[in-house]
Design a protein around this ligand. Sequence first.
Ligand code: NDP
Ligand code: MG
Length: 390
Amino acid sequence: MKRVSVLGATGSIGQNTLDLIRRDRDAYQVVALTAGQNIEQLVRDAREFHAELAVTADETQLETLRDALADTGVEVAAGEQAIIESGARPADWVMSAIVGFAGLAPGLAALEQGATLALANKESLVAAGALLLDTAQQHNAKVLPVDSEHSAIFQALIGEDPKAVSRVIITASGGAFRDWPIEKLTTATAAEAATHPNWDMGQRITIDSASMFNKALEMIEAREFFNFTPDQIEVLVHPQSLVHALVGFCDGGLMAHVGPHDMRHAIGFALNWPERRPLPVDMLDLAKAGTLDFETPDLDRFPPLRLARHVMEKRGHSGAVFNGAKERALDHFIAGRIGFLQMSEVVEEVLTRILHQCGLNDDVITLDTARKADHLARDGADAVVQELIG
Ligand code: NDP
Ligand code: MG
């Protein structure tokens, strides 16, 4: 039996992962399940899957969790450190699906114990790509991409000589505001941004899709994970979200990964890797899908794509600063304190201010330096927001 843990089990990726595990119940022993606030879901899943350990990030919920699982043999724990320790529990395969920078430390803990890390948490790669991949190498552990575009690239590269790759094209649906004029974007609300035309995802990544911060993170993620140079990484808007990414080779050939927009494909690919097994996703009917459109993204309406180029060039701690500032700018947007386009202004300003501070230009990233960059970026974003709103 494969021993599996799901970090961020109560979220969109976590629930899709458990859906796949449920369908082949006898093949898996569930080790750790973790949650943030959604204790009810955590309790339901811990019971159903007979998890060894159930953890909430919220220490104030420990008693509630303990009471709810008192008649089971499930061990319970709470707090940030307990989440990290859940990643360290021996397992063969660990899904990293906590949202945000909080996913980095438990992901590292999973790699340190040699587990295969299925990485949905793109923020880990953006904030500390070199640290994550070096840790995997040191412990003979594997990182498998779960972000659909990166899973697509990974699949298109199988059997290919990396030296023959000339470019990679990541597609973007364009999110909720694909066709909105820039004037309208200035007044866009969080509720409007939180509806996605194609994918069903958590609130934060859905808003990041509307702003293209998600695509910006994915450009950096591709740079870090596959070691492409920044000028090899292109983005095209593809409203149908059926082609997830394309890899271009020196002979002009383009290998496209095409499939329905269902995250269970990328999750299932990582769960079954290195084998391929049947998955409960629709078989794509291309005749029914009809047309596939592609267009160049508008950098004036979606400035995060421009900022991502800067981060990809600079590397070092700029990814952690970019991500930390983005997470705070998003908090402020959701709280209604800043406008939709101001999120990019905040992040750009923080990048300019923070990167000159405190040795963040050093190349070596440790968990401590990544945390420091993240904190500075969040504080920097708060300061810029304060100046903007007066
Ligand atoms: P959700 O918001 O749906 O779920 C996030 C999960 O993280 C929940 O289990 C949540 O707990 C938990 N969580 C939140 N904050 C913390 C914290 N501080 N410490 C520990 N756990 C926490 O997000 P998604 O599932 O959409 O996304 C998860 C990750 O996968 C993100 O990094 C995202 O970018 C990436 N991703 C998602 C895709 C998707 O289709 N959804 C596609 C590609 C990548 P609770 O709900 O209990 O509070
Ligand atoms: Mg993606």
